[in-house]
Design a protein around this ligand. Sequence first.
Ligand code: KG4
Ligand code: ZN
Length: 331
Amino acid sequence: MNNDIVLGIETSCDDTAVALVNSAGQVLSSVVASQLDIHSAFGGIYPEFAARAHISSIIPTVHEAMHRADVKPEQLLAIGVTRGPGLISSLLVGLNTAAGLGLGWNKPVIGINHLRGHLRSADLDQQRVKYPAIILLVSGGHTFLAYMESTTNITLLGSTRDDSVGETYDKVGRMLGLGYPGGPAVDKLAATGHPTIAFPRPLLRTGFEFSFSGLKSSVSRYLDNCENPVYEDVAASFVQSVMEILVKKSQLAIKTYPAKSFAIVGGVAASPQLRSAAAKLSHDLKIELCLPPVKWSTDNAAMIALATFDYLNLSMLKEPLPELHLTISDF
Ligand code: KG4
Ligand code: ZN
C-alpha cells in the first residue's frame, strides 16, 4: 500500500482545519469548519469560544477529511499539527487530537510552525515556486519578507516592528464599521473610492522592516477630525498606502537577492489590490510571480501537511523517525 500521505491539522486561531496531502504536494482533501458566525458578533476572535468550537469540530472534521479522500489510517506516513504561534487554548485542541490519533494509529506526530506552513502554501497542488525565491508573508498575525534558497533554507530579511498588515486592515475595517474580518471588506470598499487622502507610508525607504501602527493611528485621527469623511476614499487611501509599502519593500528584496521567483502568502495575499500590484511589480522586474489560490492564502491545514514533508525529508536523511513520538519541528 502506498503510504505517502500526511494528515495535517491546523487549529491556531478560529478555524478547525484538517487536510490530507501526498508527497507530490497534491491536496487529497481539505476541510475547514469555520467559526466566523461565532466571532463576527464580537468584532474579533474570542479565545474561549474558539477553543470550545475546536473541541466540538475537530473529530468530525478529521473524519470528513479522511472520508472525502477515501484514505485509511494505515496509508498515513505521519500526522503534522500546528504547534504555534497562535492562541494556546486553540493550539492545544489540535495538538492533543494529533497526539491521540498518533497513539491510536501508531503514526509519528510532528509539531509544525504555522508560518512555515504559510511559506509553503504557494506550492500546494502544483510546484509553483522556483528557488531561490523572495517570499512576502502577510497574515493576520505576521508580516515579513524572507529569502528562501530552498524549502528549508530560509533567511528572514525583515519583519514588522509593530502591527501586521492583516491586523491593520482589521482595525481600519472596524473604524469604518465594516465588521470582522476587515480585510476583504476594506478592499471591497476601497475599490469604490478614490485615494485622495495622503496617509503616511512608515519606514518606506529604510530596509526590509515594516511598521503599520502609525498608519493605523493616522486613519483613526483623520476619522476623528474630519466632519464628513467619505469612507470609500478613506479605504482607498489606506489601501494605497499599504500597497506602496509592500511593493517598495518587495522591490528592494527582489533587486538585492538573486531570486528566480517572487511569492506572496498569508491571508492578505487574497487581496485583489495586492494581487494586481504584485503582477505589475513582477512584470516590471521580470521575475516570475507565484500566488497561491485564495483558498490556500488564508489559514488551512494543507499547508501544514506540506511543511511536514519538508521535516520528514530532512530527518529521514539523518535517521529514520522512531515508530511513535511527538516531534517539535524547529528546522
Ligand atoms: O493567514 P490568515 O488567514 O491568518 C493568520 O495566520 O493570521 O490571515 C488572516 C488575515 C486577516 O487579518 C484578514 O483580514 C486578512 O488576512 N485578509 C485580507 C483579505 N482576506 C483576508 N486582507 C486584505 N484583503 C483581503 N481580501
Ligand atoms: Zn495564518
